[in-house]
Design a protein around this ligand. Structure first.
Ligand SMILES: [Zn+2]
Length: 201
């Protein structure tokens, strides 16, 4: 079966299951959304936001890019952030990194990937790596990349918490940092900045 046919068929199967479980489910979602969080995660196919925390449609407002970067110079990211904070008034923003992140690994490689958009996107992460590389711990490159994954999550959390858009929001959200372990399916807490609490330097 071709990919396109499989997609449409799997959708039919999913919607039948959802309707059977909760006949009002789609009618309720049609009335509007009130998600609990904006999720900023990595585009990696192995880190599906909703599935790994058992969330349903309507629970998370999701933005994903390579290496979960708060790309404040990009209208794509900023529009999602602004809408989540100013219109949906989400109580939480979640930055979720993951171990074995290819984007973080590329930033740690010390040389351009050869893909111009990827390299442009990873620039702030390369700068963070240059600042952090002497402090990275671990017995091998894999462990050092995973240490960098955590530092990247902390950096993105602090960057977001320091934005005027967040600080001056009518209802400022709490910003949470998490790391997902691909090999164990485990989500780990890294850091948190509550409203009114100063972001780390
Ligand atoms: Zn990744």
């Amino acid at each position: 079966m071709q990919f396109k046919e499989r997609l449409l068929l799997e959708n039919q199967a999913w919607l039948a299951t959802m309707q059977e479980r909760d006949p009002e489910f789609f009618a309720r979602l049609d009335k509007g959304q009130s998600p609990e969080a904006l999720w900023l995660g990595c585009s990696d196919s192995r880190v599906p936001a909703e599935q790994l925390c058992n969330a349903s449609p309507g629970d998370l407002f999701v933005h994903r890019n390579v290496a979960n970067i708060a790309a404040t110079e990009e209208a794509g990211f900023m529009s999602a952030l602004e809408y989540a904070v100013s219109a949906l008034k989400v109580p939480y923003i979640v930055v979720c990194g993951h171990e074995g992140c290819g984007g973080v690994g590329a930033a740690c490689a010390g040389k351009p990937s050869g893909m111009s958009h990827v390299d442009a996107h990873l620039k702030p992460l390369v700068a963070l790596y240059e600042q952090s590389k002497d402090a990275l711990t671990g017995p091998d490159d894999k462990a050092r990349v995973n240490d960098m994954v955590r530092r990247n999550v902390e950096a993105q959390v602090n960057k977001l918490a320091g934005l005027d858009l967040i600080k001056n929001a009518e209802q400022p959200p709490t910003v949470l940092g998490l790391v997902y372990a691909l090999d164990r399916g485990h989500l780990d807490f890294v850091c948190e900045v509550a409203p009114g609490q100063a972001a780390a330097a």
